[in-house]
Design a protein around this ligand. Sequence first.
Ligand code: BYC
Length: 468
Amino acid sequence: MQLHETIPNNVELAGDRKLLRALEQWQPSFLEWWRQMGPESFQSADVYLRTAVSVDSSGWAHFDYVKMPEYRWGIFLATPEAERAVGFGDRMGQPVWAEVPGEYRNLLRRLIVTQADTEPASVEQQRRLGQTAPSLYDLRNLFQVNVEEGRHLWAMVYLLHRYFGRDGREEAEALLARHSGDPDRPRILGAFNAPIDDWLSFYMFAMFTDRDGKYQLLALAESGFDPLARTTRFMLTEEAHHMFVGETGIRRIVQRSCELTRQAPDGDARRLGGIDLPTLQKYINFWYSVSLDLFGGEISSNAAEYFACGLKGRAGERKYDDHLALQGSYRMAVPEDGRLGEQDVPLRNAMNEVLRDAYIEDNQRGLDMWNKTIAEHGIDLRLCLPSRRFNRRIGLYAGLHFTTQGEPIPQEEFDGRRDEWLPSETDRAYVRSLMRPVREPGVMANWIAAPTKGIDGKPLAYDYVRLA
Ligand code: BYC
């Protein structure tokens, strides 16, 4: 079968011989990468997966059993908007670009490569998790997320091959040559080099890191480079499921943790094999802070340039009144000699921070849901998001030390209290010790509650993964 028949697409692949040839050359490398770096041990299992076969409402969620290497990684762009114009920045009101404007070629390539790099990175980070899935339902969700990240890689590689010529082809190869955590050729952004070797980290990643993905994609969905805007718009429909997996995964752990806390004679869920709420808080502190780093520096001339050129906007640009952002400023806390002062930063240079604000607000909604579950069990503790200054590696607060409340403290104090705030080796070892596979349909590991319903209207006790 020819590539354009196996790759469902709405980009007229069959009629574009040059593109078809380029993708036909890249596909074997991709499949080789998937076999080497994708989910370990489950390549021949039949997985009940959702595949997008078109962008309309009947085609974007087609469910069936599929072996992962045979997944149909489609290339889809959202339906074009007639007479779309650049919605922000110095080119505001001009027609959007159907091809890459020569003067923005490098900037655009960099944005697309950074986005693209995260997709295979996450598959690499999660490759061993299948061995310890807490249920068949969760195992299937992991694989759904993995194949969709693979599809997102295809989406970005399509843009590189179609619009960036030889440079694009080289970048597409390089995407398969960098690897998460590789000391010589690591992935580009920090959080994508952190190992994910337990399911608590996986749900945290899907909650906090995938949500960075949502906000970066929302910002790119505003792009004046129309193929990028349309590609990311369609990716967002899939991203929602990844965050659902994270948010509900943690909610289920919280629920089980509360049940076990109530049952344990001394109120410690660990005694009954659960994950206690204080440990959950530490994992939140870690994954939230590394995900905040993914938005880049608070003050960024790169972000100002992306905005000025109409390449990357704000999430939901339409809800703002001023799309030029030349007048306003953003007041932020800036460290000065061990204290925090305030600085007014020109709005365009604060675009990373504006996007981070929208992200933080969205996370808080998820925490409110988890806290509702805790309150329903009559437990006083509440989970919270630490300060945006806590544990940062990128931007104004990098290299400095703050409490989870955001107060500056000396390094010695931080080092002394580190294990109070972030998962200690003992915490990690404990969480890892709980990771044992459960493969009987409908049964859950002891440390996580059952979800409220199955997938695609199927019962919970369904064979979501048929092991070969
Ligand atoms: N780690 O001006 P600055 C997703 C670099 S997740 C390492 O502060 P800028 C997904 C930066 O490259 C979404 N380096 O920020 C989720 C620059 O380097 P150079 C991914 C970092 O440029 C789960 C320097 O520091 N999408 O989709 O505005 C599963 C100064 O940068 C980091 C995107 O990222 C970091 N955390 O960068 C699967 C969208 N942060 O050039 C998928 C595309 C910054 O000076 N990328 N640096 O050497 C962008 O929009 C921007 O590049 C950034 C911010 C958001 C990364």
